[in-house]
Design a protein around this ligand. Structure first.
Ligand code: PLP
Length: 393
C-alpha cells in the first residue's frame, strides 16, 4: 500500500490517478486496454498478468476510492449490483443478513430472487433504532446490511450505534453509502466493515458509465473480496475506470453545488400547496436530521416528495422540461423518478405500502443546472398538475 500521509480527500480526488503512470509521468492516468501483460522473464511479471485479476487503470481507481472512504483497500466492480453481490459472496447457505427495510429495489431483487434461492436468508427492519436491531438478531445472523439515507424515503440509520451492536454480536456491518458519496459520509470511520458504492452515481457523476465498488476497513476482508473479484470476474473495463477517475476529480465541487441547490429546492417544495410531504434530511422537519448530521457532512442532493394525489403525478412528471424523467441519481443532470413504478417496481405493492412508499412519491436527484431554472421547472409542472387536478375534480 502506498504511503498516503495526511493529505485531504479533496486533494486525493483532484489528483486521482496522477501518479499512476510510472513510465512517462502522464498526468491523466493512461487507459490500459490490454487484456494481458507479457512476462519480463520466466516466473517474473511487473505486477500484472491478466486484466480480470488486475489492471493498472483499475488499480489507480481502487487506490483513490480506498483513500476517499478511509479504507484499507477498494475493490472495483462492473456495477453497483456486482459490488453488492460480491460483498454477499462472503456469506453462505444458512446465513442470515439483517437489512434496512426500504433498500434500493435492485438490491432487494438480488437478495430475494437470486440469493434466497441459494440458501441465504434476509430479515428486513427499520434500522433507525439500535434496540430493534439488537432484538432482531438471530443465532444465524451474520451481518447488517444498511442503507442510510434509504432510497427513496430518506430514513436514517444510526451508523455508529448499529456498528457497535454488530461488533458486540460478532456480525459484520455493510453499508451502501451511494446516496452520500464519500464526500458526505464515510461509514468505515464510524465502525462499519465494508462500504458499497454504486460508482454509477456521484463518483462517476456524468451518467456515462455503470460501476461499483466495495471498500474494506481491514486487509483480511479485502483479500476475500479481491478473490471474489478475480474468481467471479465482474470487473469494470479500463475505459469505465478512466471515466471514473476523471469524474472523481470534480466530486467535491459537484456534491457541494448540487447540495446547495437541493437545499433551496427542498424549501420551495415544502412550501408548495400541491406537495404534501418532503423527505430531505436537510429540512428542520426531518425526524432524524440531528442523527444524520452527526454522522454525515451534509444532507446531500436527493429529495423525495409526495404530491397530494397520485392522480397528479403523471401530469406533473409530463410537464417538466428541464428535469429529466429517468432512473439514477448523482449526475450533473437533474433527474426525477417515480419509485413505485420505476426503481422499486420489483418490490411487491404490499411491501411498498408497508414501508410507506406510495404512488404519490417522486424522487428528485438535483444536478448542476441553475437553481432558479430548476425551481421554475418544478413550479410550472406543479401548476400544470394542480390545474389538471381541478379539472379532474
Ligand atoms: C444505483 C444503486 C445501486 C445499484 O448500482 P448499479 O450501478 O445501478 O448496479 C445500489 N444501491 C444504491 C443505493 C443505488 O442507488
Amino acid at each position: 500500500m502506498k504511503q498516503r500521509g495526511s493529505r485531504s480527500a479533496r486533494t486525493a480526488a483532484a489528483q486521482a490517478g496522477v501518479k499512476a503512470d510510472r513510465s512517462y509521468g502522464a498526468v491523466s492516468a493512461p487507459m490500459y486496454l490490454s487484456a494481458i501483460y507479457h512476462y519480463e522473464a520466466f516466473g517474473k511479471h511487473r505486477g500484472f498478468d491478466y486484466s480480470r485479476a488486475a489492471n493498472p487503470t483499475r488499480a489507480a481507481l481502487e487506490e483513490v476510492l480506498a483513500e476517499l472512504e478511509q479504507g484499507t483497500r477498494a475493490v472495483a466492480f462492473a456495477s453497483g449490483m456486482a459490488a453488492v453481490s460480491a460483498a454477499l459472496g462472503l456469506f453462505g447457505p444458512g446465513d442470515r443478513i439483517l437489512c434496512s427495510n426500504d433498500l434500493y429495489g435492485g438490491t432487494y431483487r438480488l437478495f430475494e430472487k437470486v440469493l434466497r434461492p441459494l440458501g441465504l436468508a434476509f430479515d428486513y427492519i427499520d434500522m433507525g433504532d439500535c434496540a430493534r436491531i439488537e432484538a432482531a438478531i438471530r443465532p444465524k445472523t451474520k451481518a447488517l446490511f444498511i442503507e442510510t439515507p434509504t432510497n427513496p424515503l430518506m430514513k436514517i440509520a444510526d451508523l455508529r450505534g448499529a456498528a457497535g451492536v454488530a461488533r458486540r454480536h460478532g456480525l459484520l456491518t455493510l453499508v451502501d453509502s451511494t446516496f452520500m458519496s464519500p464526500v458526505l459520509q464515510r461509514p468505515l470511520s464510524l465502525g462499519a466493515d465494508l462500504v458499497i458504492q454504486s460508482t454509477t452515481k456521484f463518483l462517476g457523476g456524468h451518467n456515462d458509465l455503470i460501476g461499483g465498488a466495495v471498500i474494506a476497513a481491514d486487509a483480511k476482508l479485502a483479500e476475500k473480496l479481491l478473490f471474489i473479484q478475480k474468481a467471479v470476474g465482474a470487473v469494470p473495463g479500463a475505459f469505465d475506470c478512466w471515466l471514473l477517475l476523471r469524474g472523481i476529480k470534480t466530486l467535491h465541487v459537484r456534491v457541494a453545488r448540487a447540495q446547495e441547490t437541493a437545499g433551496l429546492l427542498a424549501q420551495f417544495l415544502a412550501a408548495h400547496p400541491l406537495v404534501s410531504k418532503v423527505f430531505y434530511p436537510g429540512l428542520a422537519g426531518h425526524p432524524r436530521r440531528e442523527l444524520h448530521l452527526a454522522q454525515a457532512d451534509g444532507p446531500g442532493s436527493i429529495i423525495s416528495f409526495e404530491l397530494r394525489s397520485a392522480a397528479a403525478v403523471p401530469a406533473f412528471l409530463g410537464a417538466l422540461r428541464t428535469i429529466l424523467l429517468a432512473e439514477s441519481l448523482g449526475g450533473v443532470e437533474s433527474l426525477i423518478t417515480h419509485p413505485s413504478t420505476m426503481t422499486h417496481a420489483d418490490i411487491p405493492a404490499k411491501e411498498q405500502a408497508a414501508v410507506g412508499l406510495t404512488p404519490r412519491l417522486v424522487r428528485l436527484s438535483v444536478g448542476l443546472e441553475d437553481a432558479d431554472d430548476l425551481r421554475r421547472d418544478l413550479e410550472r409542472a406543479l401548476g400544470v398538475a394542480a390545474r389538471n387536478r381541478r379539472k379532474l375534480g
